[in-house]
Design a protein around this ligand. Structure first.
Ligand code: TRP
Length: 333
């Protein structure tokens, strides 16, 4: 990775960001902003695709997501923030790109398929929702992004974006759009409190970066452990035990984690005790983030202005990209 690499990621503003976002992507962004040119986008139009009945929620969460970004240390002096709906060129590229993907291909996208099931859209899925991966291809290519640090659930979306990029480049014999690579994190997928494969706000199994210490403790107490570990003296299982999954990810004291694991497996270590320890570990990790977040929250307009200012820059870059794409499709006048 070098200064020539262009990193783009984004998040849907449907709620504050959680630990899954942190390990899947936010952490990497803090690293990458020192190495590459980085853009971070608040995907309000993408959030709109399944929130048409409550757009105010999306609007309100733009600020929440922006505060999370600043709190974890994504630095406006190093990273350009922008808001998706403020970049008209994204919408134009999206329309062009829609012609390079079939409806059948969109229906087969595993990420979208899972979401359609979870949200129970069935046959009533809207064109906007079904085609959001195409819109996402426009998000990335509008700044000619070639690196995208995201969690594993997003890989199929990136694959679909690449199919569009390759089709355009090969059909018109141009090199106008770069291919996109996922930047994998050490923890591409963090399980939820309930042990489900993915932490997600809509599944109600998330710990938010902005949760206070008490809420974190309460949530940890509900965590899925080993259902057969009934009495303290019983030997317990580590595999699939969310408490230990999280300790592996968030406790810097690896030796201590190993001791707890040994003790738990042997028997004699109760769930409540390990859970209390995990809550402490998480709160130690979250404390500095919470403090910074409160600081930035004192001036919400300043936080939003960072994204508005960045959007003006991205519009200029977007105009150039769009011009090149329109030239490639012979519709630049
Ligand atoms: N789909 C992503 C998510 O749900 C959000 C997103 C929108 C995104 N546009 C993007 C991620 C572009 C990476 C690149 O988390």
């Amino acid at each position: 990775m070098t200064k020539k690499d262009i990193v783009l990621t984004g998040d849907r503003p449907t709620g504050p960001l959680h630990l899954g976002h942190f390990v899947g992507s936010l952490q990497k962004r803090v690293e990458l902003q020192d190495i590459c040119k980085q853009y971070v986008m608040i995907a309000d139009y993408q959030a709109f695709t399944d929130n048409v009945d409550n757009p105010q929620k999306v609007r309100d969460n733009v600020l929440q997501v922006m505060l999370d970004y600043l709190a974890v240390g994504i630095d406006p002096n190093k990273t350009t923030f922008f808001i998706q709906s403020l970049i008209p060129q994204i919408a134009e590229l999206y329309f062009i790109y829609l012609n390079f993907v079939t409806v059948n291909r969109l229906r087969r996208n595993p990420t979208v398929k899972t979401e359609i099931q979870q949200k129970e859209f069935g046959e009533n899925v809207t064109a906007g929702f079904l085609t959001y991966p195409v819109h996402q291809a426009a998000d990335i290519t509008v700044v000619k992004g070639n690196l995208v640090p995201v969690g594993a659930d997003q890989y199929p979306v990136l694959e679909q974006a690449n199919e569009i990029v390759r089709k355009i480049n090969s059909l018109y014999k141009v090199q106008v759009l770069p291919e996109i690579k996922a930047v994998e994190s050490k923890v591409p997928r963090l399980s939820g409190l309930d042990g489900k494969a993915k932490m997600s706000k809509s599944l109600g199994n998330a710990i938010f970066l902005s949760d206070d210490a008490d809420t974190v403790l309460k949530k940890v107490m509900t965590m899925y452990t080993d259902p057969d570990h009934v009495r303290v003296e019983d030997p317990g299982k580590i595999e699939g035990n969310v408490v230990f999954t999280y300790l592996d990810v968030f406790d810097p004291d690896k030796q201590k984690v190993q001791e707890l694991k040994d003790h738990y497996q042997k028997g004699g270590l109760g769930d409540v005790k390990v859970k209390r320890y995990l809550a402490e570990v998480l709160n130690t990790f979250l404390d500095p983030i919470r403090t910074k977040r409160l600081e930035f929250a004192k001036d919400p307009q300043a936080a939003l202005d960072i994204a508005f200012k960045g959007s003006l820059q991205v519009r200029e870059i977007g105009a150039q990209t769009l011009k090149e794409v329109k030239t490639a499709i012979s519709l630049e006048y």
